[in-house]
Design a protein around this ligand. Structure first.
Ligand SMILES: Nc1ncnc2c1ncn2[C@@H]1O[C@H](COP(=O)(O)OP(=O)(O)OP(=O)(O)O)[C@@H](O)[C@H]1O
Ligand SMILES: [Mg+2]
Length: 333
């Protein structure tokens, strides 16, 4: 009874998920729920466990412990039902490069049991949605990175899923192409009422798209809420100071001078939380100059999710794609 009430409101319910790969514990007891019709983001650095979670929720791998219900079906007891109700765009490209855009979709549609006229109509609709209909007869090899990503989104939409999983949908794409893909994602959610679960390590992406964001680090969710709620964890202005000495030494001096909330960011740069930046900056510069430190740059702003992550984890989300070594390991696996 309790479960069915929950399932009406939530498209994804995750309870205490744990995933161990030999010695690595990729997920250490993850719980959350995604409401019907929302865009929910999982934001975290490389190796945080994002893809592992997507693979479990889409039934590609089994959890070591814990459970989850996706679109009303248990991922362990009813994997086929889950698969029929979801669409997936994988982190790694997964298109057949020697086939045309149309052929890629045709094969996928057949796998999902679509046939004849219905299949053709669906292909046309999804290709039009991502503005690729004109390019349907070109081989995917000749598509740009952004076109390939759009084709993967179209493919995931063919069988009209209730829930769409996007694992790093804009990884490595240029900012203007990224913005275009964000438009498709928003439209899908708004017009077609698809619930969207996306992972990203781009702060701007989480802020631009998601109604709620879970921040994940080393297999644990460390914060969850609307971007504005998360930012209100830092009830203050944020100041960045860079100088000609090591960041740990900058913090050391500033702490002695009474600025206790100082976090070293790296490369001679620190972050400080203060109530009013404009009032605090002269004192900060004076404090450092008193110790003969040359201040290179001072800037301040209202906190973004980047500062929230820095505050909670003590380091920045590294803005890089998949590390080359990790890519190689995945390929070998
Ligand atoms: N098949 C596997 N075998 C062993 N270890 C794995 C496997 N898949 C993932 N891992 C490890 O589990 C951890 C989580 O990896 P995962 O790919 O889920 O992270 P991620 O957040 O998606 O990272 P990225 O941002 O790089 O895509 C990492 O330490 C990774 O090396
Ligand atoms: Mg990943």
């Amino acid at each position: 009874m309790e479960v069915s009430i929950l399932e009406k409101a939530f498209d994804i319910i995750v309870k205490d998920l744990v995933k161990k790969y030999d010695r690595i514990v990729a997920l250490k007891g993850v719980s959350f729920a995604v409401e019907h019709g929302e865009i929910f983001g999982l934001l975290g650095p490389n190796g945080a466990g994002k893809t592992t979670l997507v693979h479990i929720l889409t039934t590609l791998i089994k959890p070591t412990a814990g459970s989850a219900v996706v679109a009303g079906h248990n991922i362990i007891e009813e994997p086929d039902e889950v698969r029929k109700s979801i669409g997936i765009v994988f982190q790694e490209p997964s298109l057949a490069l020697n086939l045309t855009g149309y052929e890629n979709l045709y094969i996928h549609g057949k796998l999902y049991g679509l046939r004849g006229r219905e299949l053709k109509e669906r292909i046309k609709e999804v290709l039009r949605f991502v503005d690729l209909y004109e390019h349907k007869d070109r081989v995917v090899k000749d598509y740009s990175g952004g076109m390939r990503r759009r084709l993967e989104i179209a493919r995931a939409l063919l069988h009209e899923p209730e829930v769409l999983f996007l694992d790093e949908p804009t990884l490595g794409l240029d900012p203007h192409i990224r913005a275009r893909i964000w438009e498709y994602i928003k439209e899908l959610n708004k017009e077609k009422k698809v619930t969207i679960f996306l992972t990203t390590h781009y702060i701007e992406e989480a802020e631009a798209l998601c109604r709620r964001v879970a921040i994940i680090d080393q297999g644990r969710i460390i914060a969850l809420g609307a971007p504005e709620e998360l930012k209100s964890i830092i009830r203050s202005d944020v100041i960045y100071v860079s100088a000609d000495i090591h960041e740990a030494d900058i913090c050391h001096i500033l702490r002695i001078m009474g600025f206790h909330d100082c976090i070293p960011v790296g490369k001679g740069r620190v972050m400080l939380r203060v109530e009013k930046a404009t009032e605090a900056i002269p004192g900060i510069v004076r404090a450092l100059e008193k110790y003969g430190v040359m201040v290179r740059e001072v800037s301040y702003r209202r906190p973004s999710l980047n500062e929230v992550f820095l505050y909670l984890v003590g380091r920045e989300i590294v803005k890089e794609g998949v590390r080359p070594m990790e890519r190689f390991r995945r390929f070998m696996r």
